[in-house]
Write a protein that binds this ligand. Structure first.
Ligand code: HEM
Length: 184
């Protein structure tokens, strides 16, 4: 399912903080609107639009999948008024690896799932793939959590950034948002 992430000066999510972790910045925005596959919203004067689609799992094994499904909370929870969009591009070196080498780096060496799982169910998430759409980023990652979980979320992102997987990241921007009153 395809989602549009529309950056500009209007939308349900108000920008709280933007951090360019690595690589070229994006044009500044003050708001974000996420447009789902069944929505047909009119977006006025967007600064940029990023597209991504949800897909099948690539690196998760069966046991992990069962555990993740058991522990995950859905997006759109009332208490989850804070959101994060982290957009990432991986390197040519990453994409040149074979599937089994990528899995090994992703989980056996970097423990992406093992680390991430500790933050469930407080953090809800959805992964969007963009690489095959020739977008500027390979992934759009979206997270929602309660305000008191902001620091824990930052801690999670820092833990992942210290892993071997992140040595294959070429570009990364971290946006934090607060859901507008009207959208709650
Ligand atoms: C809330 C805790 C998190 C959990 C439980 C989690 C879990 C996962 C899982 C299971 C996958 C693999 C999906 C597949 O099999 O294809 C994945 C992929 C991914 N995650 Fe996370 N994650 C978490 C947090 C994060 C954060 C904070 C970031 C960004 C800073 C992130 C970025 C990514 C990216 C970019 C991918 C795609 C990797 C690729 O296909 O090369 N994740 N995550």
């Amino acid at each position: 399912m395809q989602y549009l992430f529309v950056g500009g000066n209007s939308g349900s999510w108000t920008l709280k903080k933007q951090t360019v972790i690595l690589g070229e910045p994006m044009p500044d925005i003050s708001h974000l609107q996420i447009v789902g596959p069944d929505e047909n919203q009119l977006i006025q004067n967007p600064t940029w639009i990023l597209r991504g689609f949800t897909s099948n799992i690539r690196y998760t094994n069966h046991t992990e999948d069962v555990e993740l499904k058991k522990q995950s909370a859905p997006l759109g929870r009332v208490e989850a008024t804070h959101g994060a969009m982290i957009i990432l591009k991986k390197s040519v070196a990453w994409w040149n690896l074979a599937q089994d080498e990528r899995r090994r780096i992703f989980e056996e060496e970097s423990k992406h799932i093992q680390i991430g799982m500790k933050f469930l169910p407080e953090v809800s998430r959805r992964l969007h793939h963009s690489r095959d759409l020739n977008e500027p980023f390979d992934f759009i990652t979206w997270f929602e959590y309660a305000p008191e979980y902001e620091n824990a979320f930052s801690d999670l992102a820092d833990q992942l950034r210290a892993t071997k997987e992140w040595q294959y990241i070429d570009r990364e921007i971290d946006y934090r948002f607060i859901k507008s009153e009207q959208a709650r």
